[in-house]
Design a protein around this ligand. Structure first.
Ligand code: 2M8
Length: 439
């Protein structure tokens, strides 16, 4: 592995995608600002330009809604993106910000992690100033999540759209989606040979081959959920009353639990109080993850909010409890068995986003198989904090090898390591850089 080569490539990709105070995930295909992408970008940028890394976070906060939500996309003027402002029409909500177009949903709450990683690089006095600057907005965001997305106070938050998980077509979500019939007459469309005609309207497959993305049918179901959210004016109380599909997503909750720890550290350093619901979540810590544990398969799984049942479809999310906090050693062992099992997640290039024996597995299809660098980064961090240094080092080395022999792509095949998705992808660059610089 050539660390200098990685660093050079990473800097080039980041500067190419830098639009002044924020970074697009990739030019052409993703010309707007995404919530968790910018957080990962800031984690990498802190090594080359700490002030610019702060700007990346500040620019995300421009989009905060009045109720505390941080939207998953902040739109620029660029056109051509398949789910642009016209789809969301976020202004139907009284909470949407003025003077800026955003989506109406959120994404995994990595922002406290990014703020703290930047803070670690600052001298003590500046660190306190930095935390004081961003803490109120991030605390309001966590509080919104617990207040609005956990109406029955279960301790777990629910997501209202697959894009909120960041793992767009992750198997558990698609499983839920397929359980319900759509009104659209797909069977007729298929039989009449009209699918190709409908495919032609897709904008999301302009820069990547269609077989690397969701099926047209799934994509239209996903758009339909946006339409429902819009009709409910992005009002969580209405959405929780009416919407059929809601998911207590494992990955999202693990990231939030880790983020709560970071928020707590920021608060204590600045002598600030945690808001009510977030403080309660901090006290509960990772004990709440027991709800996700399936004793039969010895895996963590997501929960269908409506039926309260585990969804028996596994995905890479099963490893994110390692990132959430310190697990009992026997649990860590169980997870490592899955990680190293060649029939599941122990593919030639790890970690696949769906196990190779899953009915959903496709080596090049988005979040149903390919290796994504942000997922590896979270798992490496989790392994370290669970005292599995050897396994963390191995995964770090294989991740950097994958990137260094290739271009910085959106994702890679777990079978042969070939790069796929869009090229020159920002978080691949930023997190590879962070892994290279990790002490
Ligand atoms: C992908 O998601 C967007 C919708 O948000 C899309 O498919 O158009 C996902 O990979 C998501 O995790 C990521 O944040 C976004 C931008 O990179 O692209």
């Amino acid at each position: 592995m050539n660390q200098q080569n990685i660093e050079k490539q990473a800097r080039d990709v980041l500067s190419q995608n830098d639009l002044g105070s924020w970074t697009q995930p990739a030019s052409g295909h993703y010309p707007h600002q995404w919530l968790w992408d910018s957080c990962f970008v800031a984690i990498g940028l802190r090594h080359i330009d700490i002030e610019r890394a702060k700007e990346e976070i500040r620019s995300l906060l421009r989009g905060q809604w009045q109720n505390g939500m941080l939207p998953h996309i902040l739109f620029s003027e660029a056109e051509g993106y398949h789910a642009g402002p016209w789809l969301w029409r976020a202004h139907v909500s009284k909470n949407a910000p003025a003077g800026l177009q955003t989506s109406g949903i959120t994404q995994p709450p990595v922002i406290a992690e990014a703020a703290v990683r930047i803070g670690e690089k600052l001298p003590a006095k500046e660190r306190v100033e930095w935390y004081k600057e961003v803490y109120p907005a991030i605390a309001a965001y966590h509080e919104w999540l617990y207040r609005n997305r956990d109406p029955h106070r279960t301790g777990l938050v629910a997501v209202v759209h697959p894009w909120e998980t960041g793992l767009d077509n992750t198997p558990p979500w698609m499983e839920l989606l397929h359980r319900y019939k759509t009104i659209f007459p797909w069977t007729f469309v298929d039989k009449a040979g009209m699918t190709k005609f409908i495919d032609a309207f897709r904008k999301d497959t302009k820069h990547v081959p269609a077989d690397q993305r969701m099926s047209t049918r799934d994509l239209y179901s996903v758009y339909r959920i946006v339409k429902q959210l819009r009709r409910n004016k992005y009002d969580d109380a209405r959405i929780f009353k009416k919407q059929r599909i809601l998911l207590q997503d494992l990955a999202f909750n693990c990231i939030l639990i880790r983020a709560n720890d970071h928020l707590k550290d920021m608060a204590s350093l600045c002598n600030l109080a945690l808001p009510e619901f977030t403080a309660r979540a901090c006290d509960r810590g990772i004990s709440i993850l027991e709800k996700f544990w399936d004793e039969d398969s010895k895996e963590y799984l997501s929960i269908d909010y409506r039926t309260k049942e585990l969804i028996h479809v596994d995905s890479i999310a099963t490893f994110l409890p390692l990132y959430a906090g310190k697990l009992p050693p026997d649990r860590v062992e169980e997870l490592l068995q899955h990680l190293q099992n060649p029939l599941k997640f122990g593919s030639e290039y790890t970690v696949p986003t769906a196990p190779v024996n899953s009915k959903y597995f496709k080596p090049h299809c988005y979040w149903q198989g390919p290796v994504w660098i942000n997922m590896n980064w979270l798992i490496i961090d989790g392994l370290r904090r669970n005292n599995r240094t050897k396994e963390a080092d191995e995964l770090k080395a294989s991740t950097l090898n994958l990137v260094s022999g290739n271009t910085m792509n959106e994702y890679y095949s777990p079978i042969d390591g070939s790069p796929a998705g869009v090229s020159d992808f920002s978080w691949t660059a930023a997190l590879a850089l962070d892994l290279v610089r990790e002490k």
